[in-house]
Design a protein around this ligand. Structure first.
Ligand code: PMP
Length: 355
């Protein structure tokens, strides 16, 4: 830290992204990326159409892509906001809607960026505890008269709540904005997108990083009523008008035209999730029921940090947090069957070594 940094940021604890090691090839099951490449049409769209136009700025309004997304989800273009990864959208949510009079609440165990944004903007925030087996009780959020962010399915637990439960939260907090972060919704959960037609205080956040194999392209989006979208636009045009680059825009349009490819990949991931969960159960692991492309699991005989380190030394990366309430657990991204077999083989080796 330099002596010039504003004192506002002296105690800011930044988000620590999952490792992206460049030194050797790992079986990478630590940041919930898709193991599948983008659809062939995406690769063609980038190589042929857009590279020669990179000397020109992209369309700041992203009209073509927003219209495609609007058609895809049966909403209007003015219901769509695009962001540089959904992280940027979450940032704009905290920036636009929260302040000392409008505090924010989110689950105590959830996506680690939420408290970072709250600290960045020096907001009062409440972390609402989860219950047994990391269950989120929707009634903890009903009528609390705060802005609310909930990841559904939740990360890192993988647990989801129902659309009816979300509706109750939105309906009982109409003086505040409820953001449902659906980064992992396409792996078996039920989206609450349609509720945005009924409630003006609901924003749904999704990403192209997981189901749509485009983490490296950085694209997220919000769906909500036009006034909320205009508020997000205000943040964008005060930060970076060209937040979506040309290549990502072309890739995303081709992505939306290849939906069958991604739906099929999601089915494979869901099969591999069931396969991995049951193999781990036979090895004495306890796994939280997941509707995401990862599982949260713990071993009865080896602590989470030790398992993470042992796996890393054998070339497998998973995610572990030191936070006491979840230190026993590891989050394992569900990859291809081959990756999961390599992971399971290394887990068996480790168990033999410790027992
Ligand atoms: N929300 C949740 C719950 C996440 O886990 C993540 C990233 N892993 C994000 C949002 C951000 O994803 P991205 O910025 O790649 O869209």
């Amino acid at each position: 830290m330099s002596k010039y940094l504003s004192t506002r940021f002296t105690n800011l604890e930044t988000y620590v992204p999952g490792e992206q090691p460049q030194d050797m090839l790992y079986v990478k099951l630590n940041t919930n990326e898709s193991p599948f490449p983008p659809a062939p049409a995406v690769q063609e769209a980038i190589s042929q159409a857009e590279i020669r136009l990179l000397n020109l700025y992209p369309d700041p309004e992203c009209r073509l892509l927003r219209q495609k997304l609007a058609d895809h989800y049966s909403v209007k273009i003015e219901n769509i906001f695009l962001s540089n990864g959904s992280d940027e959208l979450l940032n704009f949510f905290f920036m636009a809607f929260c302040d000392a009079e409008k505090p924010v609440a989110f689950p105590s165990i959830s996506y680690g960026f939420y408290p970072v944004y709250a600290c960045l903007y020096q907001l009062p925030y409440t972390e609402i505890p989860l219950h047994e087996n990391f269950r989120l009780d929707p009634s903890d959020y009903c009528g609390i008269h705060k802005n609310i962010v909930i990841a559904n399915p939740n990360a890192p637990t993988g647990r989801a709540i129902s659309v009816a439960e979300i509706e109750e939260i939105v309906r009982t907090n109409t003086s505040h904005v409820v953001m449902i972060d659906e980064a992992y919704i396409d792996f078996g959960g039920e989206s609450c997108l349609l509720l945005t037609k009924k409630y003006e205080n609901l924003l749904v956040c999704q990403t192209f990083s997981k189901f749509r194999s485009l983490a490296g392209g950085r694209l997220g989006f919000a769906i909500g009523n036009p006034d909320l979208i205009a508020d997000l636009d205000k943040m964008k045009y005060s930060t970076n008008s060209y937040n979506i680059n040309r290549l990502t825009m072309a890739a995303a349009i081709a992505t939306l035209e290849s939906d069958g490819y991604y739906v099929n990949n999601s089915k494979i991931i869901q099969d591999n999730r069931a396969y991995t969960t049951s193999a781990l159960e036979k090895l004495g692991f306890e796994t939280i029921p997941s509707e995401a492309n990862f599982i949260f699991t713990r071993c009865k005989t080896i602590e989470g940090g030790a398992l993470y380190r042992a796996l890393k030394s054998k070339g497998i990366l998973v995610r572990h947090w030191d936070k006491p309430t979840i230190a026993d657990w590891c989050r394992v991204t569900i990859g291809s069957r081959e990756q999961m077999d390599m992971f399971l083989a290394k887990v068996r080796e480790i168990l033999e070594e410790v027992n």
